[in-house]
Design a protein around this ligand. Structure first.
Ligand code: SAH
Ligand code: SF4
Ligand code: F3S
Length: 471
């Protein structure tokens, strides 16, 4: 298989042909029934999946489907699945049970499953045996084939399974519908080579491969022309961006190039692995005006033996030294993290080390997870800790984190920050936006403010958000 080579334009043309064919089928349906087929996508998991769903959405619109507000009203339902933790998988099975009844009510309903969970052989077996009402199943490497699979399913009226074990060429130029008008995600790389011992991602997303910088920059320029002000550069480990490409480029160099693009006001990225975060990258964040003062730097655990068994390739001391170095160069940077509690062998004393890291690194935010055993990963065959101990330690970690986060938020009260107005809150009178450091802020306002960079004075705070007013 050719690495890092783009999909041939002939194949893309072929897929456009299938999109047109499905469009014709849907047009026929409209002529007969007087209504258009509706589609609904549910996304589980991370921003990679969310971004893939934007592509699925774009392709379905091209095929003539209309978005349904509610899954109940849809004729085409897709679940873009995640398998990073067991509860994400259980939700999918639960929903599928419910969809079986929906199919009785709507004979036109088609059900498609895709995403990370589908890359596992055991899941495919379960679906074939127990969820026979599923029509189309595909994986993480071939989402661009959606139209073709819909067409085959329509012609054969039989379930279609198309799962690739490995990645093919990187597919450029898929139609895509953005979730937000003013901010957009951009893949800079796919896959992961790190094989942290608890993690399934490398098995379901394949080996690491970078997109060439010209394609990335062109995509961002087009987004800027379309009104996008903030881009999020996505990769499982952005620090290794550029490896394996013909061109000679690092992530720091890419950031500097994106920083030059007119119209873009904010640049974010995730995720950085602490093991290979370079000084060059710290300087790029410091020097580039548009690159936000925020770094998401998952620590996962604080105990050195646990870190070693997790295959994270750094120690607690190295991690803390790195945070110090980043804060020394960029004093107002926000550092956020991911923490796993209950990894095999993690006892109370190990968790004390995690709590020590929390107090020393003073995280501005954290995603915390209870360890979930993933079949096929090395950690699955290590000695597991009891659910009870994991839960108790999980609460200890939260009790340590929350006061730190609240304190850092309190320090913002009374100060004025630039905020990008992103969304209307559920109660309509409030707008939600983000500070450069990624903190969420709610303030009184209206829809006309969306997409504006506003001066907001912080008046109050909670652990998970700030409250402000426009000045
Ligand atoms: N590539 C990113 C993370 C992707 S997965 C990185 O390494 O930073 C997002 C988070 O899910 C991880 O950071 C980890 O905290 C959590 N996670 C991954 N596997 C898990 C598992 N088996 N159980 C619980 N949490 C897990
Ligand atoms: Fe998973 Fe580790 Fe890769 Fe992140 S870096 S996706 S945690 S294997
Ligand atoms: Fe993301 Fe879940 Fe896949 S976290 S990469 S959607 S397993």
């Amino acid at each position: 298989m050719v690495r890092n080579e783009k999909m041939s334009s002939a194949e893309l043309e072929r897929q456009r042909g299938f999109m047109n064919k499905v469009r014709e089928i849907n047009e026929e349906f409209y002529n007969k029934k007087g209504r258009r087929k509706k589609m609904h996508i549910t996304t589980f998991g991370c921003q990679m999946n969310a971004h893939d769903s934007e592509k699925l959405h774009g392709m379905l619109i091209k095929m003539g489907y209309e978005p349904a507000e509610d899954e109940k009203d849809a004729d085409f339902v897709i679940y873009n699945t995640c398998c990073v933790r067991e509860n994400a998988e259980n939700k999918v099975y639960g929903n599928l049970g419910y969809l079986k009844h929906q199919k009785k009510r709507n004979p036109y309903l088609k059900i498609a499953l895709c995403g990370c969970m589908m890359q596992q052989e055991t899941v495919l077996q379960t679906i074939k045996e127990k969820y026979r009402h599923v029509d189309i199943v595909f994986g993480t490497f071939n989402i661009y084939k959606l139209a073709e699979l819909i067409y085959i399913n329509h012609e054969t009226n039989a379930p279609v399974f198309d799962i690739w074990k490995e990645h093919g060429e990187i597919v450029e130029d898929l139609p895509s519908v953005r979730h937000f008008k003013y901010k957009a995600s951009v893949n800079i790389m796919f896959g992961c080579n790190n094989f942290c011992s608890y993690c399934i991602v490398p098995y379901v997303r394949g080996r690491e491969r970078s997109r060439c910088s010209e394609d990335i920059l062109d995509e961002i320029k087009a987004l800027a022309k379309d009104g996008v002000k903030e881009v999020m550069l996505l990769g499982q480990n952005v620090n290794s961006y550029g490896k394996g490409l013909d061109e000679n480029i690092t992530f720091a160099q890419l950031l500097r190039k994106v920083n030059e693009i007119e119209g873009i006001e904010r640049i974010r990225f995730m995720t950085s692995h602490p093991k290979d975060l370079s000084d060059e990258l710290i300087y790029a964040i410091r020097d580039c005006k548009k690159v936000c003062n925020h770094i998401h730097l998952p620590v996962q655990a604080g105990n050195n033996e646990i870190l070693m068994n997790m295959n994270r390739k750094y120690t607690k001391e190295q991690y803390l030294a790195l945070v110090d170095k980043i804060r020394a160069e960029i004093p107002d940077i926000a550092v956020t993290t991911d923490i796993i509690v209950g990894f095999p062998g993690e006892d109370d004393a190990c968790v004390d080390d995690t709590i020590d890291v929390i107090n020393k690194a003073r995280f501005n935010g954290a995603f915390t997870f209870i360890y979930s055993k993933r079949t096929g990963t090395p950690a699955a065959s290590m000695e597991q800790v009891s659910e009870q101990d994991a839960k108790r330690n999980f609460n200890r970690v939260l009790d340590a984190l929350n006061p730190v986060i609240l304190q850092l938020n309190k320090e913002k009260v009374g100060k004025v920050y630039k905020v990008l107005a992103e969304d209307v809150s559920s109660d309509a009178e409030f707008i939600t936006g983000r500070l450069e450091d990624n903190s969420l802020v709610h303030f009184r306002g209206d829809e006309s403010m969306l997409g504006e960079m506003l001066d907001i004075k912080i008046t109050d705070c909670k652990t998970f958000y700030l409250i402000g007013e426009r000045i």
